[in-house]
Design a protein around this ligand. Structure first.
Ligand code: FBP
Length: 264
């Protein structure tokens, strides 16, 4: 496990990844209502906020836009991804090599694993190759650990999310990005399953847009449970003014403020 506390993608051991791979994963539908976010530059601008410790994008977006921002924001290069047009069993094509990601200036690699999918074996083998190549470059790996597939579609039960966190630890990921299991207790279980304080850092995946208060409450419960933070997309850049929520998140994640204090 790499010590991430002083790494480029963490601040005081805490993590806020601004995720922006949705154009591939969900398609342009995620930009409806705020079409300016179709332009990656608008989201890279958001990523320069102090609360954001890195931005996660696919290769094409990194190639086109990261060169202008490399002094201001760390890069998590997402190495695999699938479009919503794919109708088969959950799977994710490897779109970028670790070597190429390093050339692009990546500070970490991002990789999706769909535990429980009929393609889990191949995906785990692809992750092995990516993880071991990333170690050669001292790049941490962030696993989007999303159990899904036959009988498991978007299962966020405590047991499933703890298993997702454990899978990330066992396979060598430095950070496990998991769906929010619904409560602080369930998140504590996931953090323990990931090995505890010296294990894989567990972060929450943002999900679809909710109110400021509901979102901050879930982030607060992740931090209180010993989680390291979050990776968030739509709850930030689908907002007209992402700065306000990022200001509040900065207080909750890095200053241990209450939700009420952060909203004041
Ligand atoms: P959100 O905060 O918008 O949920 O983004 C997190 C994320 O993991 C993205 O990186 C990814 O594009 C998307 O969610 C995948 O969501 P889904 O569960 O629909 O596959």
């Amino acid at each position: 496990m790499l010590a991430l506390d002083d790494s480029a993608i963490a601040r005081d051991g805490k993590i806020l990844i601004l995720a922006y791979d949705h154009g591939l994963e969900h398609g342009p539908t995620d930009f409806e209502g705020l079409e300016e976010r179709m332009d990656p530059q608008t989201v890279f601008d958001v990523a320069t906020h102090d609360a954001v410790t890195s931005i996660a994008v696919q290769k094409g977006i990194a190639e086109g836009y990261y060169p202008s921002y490399e002094d201001d924001v760390a890069l998590v290069a997402k190495l695999n991804g699938t479009s919503n047009l794919w109708m088969g069993e959950p799977d994710s094509a490897v779109n970028c090599s670790v070597e190429y990601a390093a050339d692009l200036g990546a500070d970490a690699i991002g990789f999706t694993l769909y535990g429980g999918s009929n393609h889990e074996i191949e995906m785990a083998e692809e992750f092995r190759d990516a993880h071991e190549a990333a170690r050669e470059y001292d790049l941490p790996s962030v696993m989007w650990s999303y159990p899904r597939g036959q009988g498991l579609k978007n299962d966020t039960s405590a047991g499933t999310i703890a298993y997702a966190a454990r899978q990330a630890l066992e396979l060598g990921a430095d950070v496990a990005k998991v769906k929010y299991p619904g409560s602080r207790d369930a998140m504590e279980h996931a953090v323990r399953a990931a090995g505890g304080p010296n294990g894989t850092k567990v972060i929450m995946s943002g999900g679809s847009k909710v109110s400021d208060e509901a979102f901050l409450e879930s982030v607060k419960s992740v931090i209180d449970a010993g989680g390291a933070g979050l990776a968030v997309g739509r709850n930030i850049w689908q907002r007209e003014n992402p700065t306000e929520l990022l200001d509040a998140l900065e207080q909750v994640i890095f200053e241990e403020a209450s939700v009420d204090a952060a909203l004041d």
